[in-house]
Design a protein around this ligand. Structure first.
Ligand code: MG
Length: 356
């Protein structure tokens, strides 16, 4: 199996539901796509959706890096040596985790197709079906309640609420939400670095009876030491997102007292499925649970994250809603969703099909 063609390009993907998180509003997005063709005619696909405010990588950075390295690293290469190929790509694309993730998933898509196996099975699948949360952005209370009911009517059972602007309003909103959705809907929150340590303590005290699943990245990235001084029980329910990008970050944060009991892994932060599974191994050994997150992404990279999540025993939470709000996508399939549960399809590789 030889790679005979390696292409990449940027594509606009409209968002039909613009949203706000602490600090900014997102109105529309682009992804950068990779397509590799083997001499059998089989194609492997990948996509990059860099989070520049977290990793410093922009979409033009992806394009430039792939212009410089994609063909040089892969053209004419034999996929029997796929792990070495991925290692070469990692060296060439070391400053661009999203570009690397796109290339790595395209290679693994082809390898899976070569073995006639889903990528999750290449890495030893541990899970078959898991519920995902869907995200409610920062907006006024009535809009949030309305959106919550809309998601629940679509079958979703877990809501992730973006907080982090005004703690008192966040607390009020969550009480109203719990009242509206009842006791059986999971509620988790994402502070996107918006709180100070004292805000977090007050938030925890005033939402204790709401049974929130977890609190994602409440404090700014630089505030690991303040995180470490929080009570044990609170830290164990906090998930590191912006703080936890790479396997090195994952290892560093296992040192006690641990700032987070949960790591939010994203392929676009760490550089793909293989580094993600390294992080998963570190977390498992340290007794840390995993959440799998995403940016606004095409179905192809959401599927890739789901394959990785299904292969990690420490996986406990999915937040893979990044393709649901796209106005258009280049791919279909890859996974299916029923009553808010994500499942792979059984197709080989990543299991996605180009939309014609
Ligand atoms: Mg987050």
């Amino acid at each position: 199996l030889k790679i005979v063609k390696a292409e990449h390009w940027t594509e606009p993907l409209a968002l039909f539901r613009p949203y706000r998180i602490a600090g900014r509003t997102i109105t529309d997005i682009e992804n950068h796509f990779v397509r590799l063709q083997a001499d059998t005619g089989a194609c492997g696909y990948g996509a990059a959706s860099p989070g520049d405010e977290v990793t410093g990588e922009t979409l033009p950075d992806c394009a430039d890096a792939l212009d410089a390295h994609l063909e040089a690293c892969l053209l004419g290469k034999d996929l029997n040596g796929f792990l070495a190929l991925i290692r070469d790509c990692r060296q060439a694309l070391c400053s661009g985790p999203a570009a690397l993730a796109a290339v790595e998933m395209a290679i693994l898509d082809l390898v899976g197709k070569g073995f006639n196996l889903p990528v999750a099975d290449l890495f030893g699948r541990r899970h078959h079906s898991l519920p995902t949360s869907v995200t409610i952005g920062i907006q006024d209370v009535s809009q949030s309640l309305h959106e919550a009911q809309e998601f629940i009517s679509q079958g979703f059972r877990i809501l992730k609420i973006k907080i982090g602007d005004v703690p008192e309003q966040d607390i009020e909103l969550l009480h109203r939400l719990r009242e509206t959705v009842g006791p059986n809907i999971g509620l988790r929150v994402d502070g996107n670095q918006g709180y100070a340590r004292e805000d977090l303590l007050a938030f925890e005290r005033k939402t204790r009876d709401l049974h929130l699943e977890l609190i994602e990245q409440p404090l700014p990235v630089g505030q690991l030491e303040p995180m470490r001084t929080l009570p044990d029980a609170l830290r164990s329910r906090c998930a590191g997102d912006e703080t936890i990008c790479t396997p090195e970050d994952a290892l560093w944060c296992t040192h006690p007292p641990r700032p987070f009991g949960i790591y939010n892994i994203k392929l676009m932060k760490c550089g793909g499925i293989i580094p993600a599974l390294k992080m998963a191994g570190i977390a498992r050994m340290a007794g840390i649970e995993l959440m799998w997150g995403c940016n606004d992404e095409s179905r192809v990279s959401i599927a890739a994250a789901l394959h990785a999540a299904m292969a990690a025993s420490a996986t406990r939470y999915l937040d893979l809603d990044g393709s649901f709000d796209l106005g258009r996508d280049l791919f279909q399939e890859g996974f299916c969703i029923q009553n808010g549960e994500l499942q792979l399809t059984g197709r080989p590789g990543l299991g996605v099909l180009p939309v014609d």
